[in-house]
Ligand binder design. Structure first.
Ligand code: CIR
Length: 260
């Protein structure tokens, strides 16, 4: 029996990070040195939790390249390379594609529309996709054409209050969807929804064995999550939050052996 890999793709911050795109937030100064330290701490937290980090080649010319989640969606053992909705971010996918191929994963690409990985929330075999300024209806339909033969169903989720679906909601390991209600378009859409008291508390990265990577900016949410029986692992990502990034955006977990 082969054990499933536990790898996490990451990409080092660009020296141009402070020029990253903003949609819902006003620009405030970003401390580039602090961002690099925070990124190192983030990758160390992954490693300490048993995940091998794989660095996608740096893209110094891409301010938002560190948000590697937006460039690829893993559907089982297939890597779906995205079509980012912002033109400035389209060059980011090349390095990710090279990296997943080198790891042995077959890749698929969208045949129409745009889609950012931050809009894709997988819960079991259901793939929820935010319909946002970045992800078009055509992009969602295109992802559906890839996912259905792989045994995954795609459900579109209108998302207007934040950049990406996963800026609004993520899921606990038991499938409960968590989010900060003022920023969730329709909390009633989710069969099991639990509100969090802070915006940063909407985002968790499931590291396995009940451990959840969370932003340090959400201590009350972390307490609530600990009360639910999980183990929050806080990381300070303040410099990335200034650019509308959250704890999910900075990595892509690869949990299956390559398909085929
Ligand atoms: C952007 O606007 O694309 C970046 N400044 C932030 C991307 C954050 N990514 C994510 O939520 N998945």
């Amino acid at each position: 029996m082969t054990t499933a890999p536990r790898r996490a793709l990451v990409r080092a911050p660009s020296p141009r990070l402070a020029q990253g795109l903003l949609t819902h937030l006003d620009r405030v100064p970003v401390d580039a040195e602090l961002a690099v330290r925070q990124w190192s701490d983030y990758t160390r937290a992954l490693t300490e939790a048993g995940w091998d980090t794989v660095e996608v080649p740096a893209a110094p010319e891409c301010p938002d390249g560190v948000f590697v989640e937006d460039t690829v969606v893993m559907i089982g053992g297939t890597a779906v390379i995205t079509s980012p909705g912002a033109d400035e971010r389209k060059p980011e996918t090349m390095g990710t594609s090279v990296t997943v191929r080198a790891l042995g994963y077959p890749t698929a690409t969208l045949d129409a529309g745009t889609l950012d990985g931050g809009d894709v929330l997988k819960i079991g075999r259901t793939v929820y996709v935010g319909r946002t300024l970045r992800t078009s209806a055509e992009g969602i339909a295109s992802l559906r054409r890839i996912c259905e033969p792989l045994g995954h169903r795609v459900v579109a989720v209108p998302t207007t209050k934040v950049l990406h679906l996963k800026s609004a909601v993520t899921a606990l390991p038991d499938g409960t969807v968590i989010g900060y209600e003022p920023l969730v378009d329709d909390p009633g859409f989710w069969p099991h929804f639990r509100p969090m008291p802070e915006e940063g508390g909407s985002h968790v990265v499931d590291l396995g064995e009940g451990r959840l990577l969370m932003a340090a900016s959400a201590p009350r949410s972390a307490e609530l999550i600990a009360d639910l029986g999980f183990t929050p692992i806080p990381v300070d990502i303040s410099e990335f939050e200034k650019l509308e990034g959250c704890v999910t955006c900075l990595s892509v977990r690869v949990r299956h052996a390559p398909d085929g």
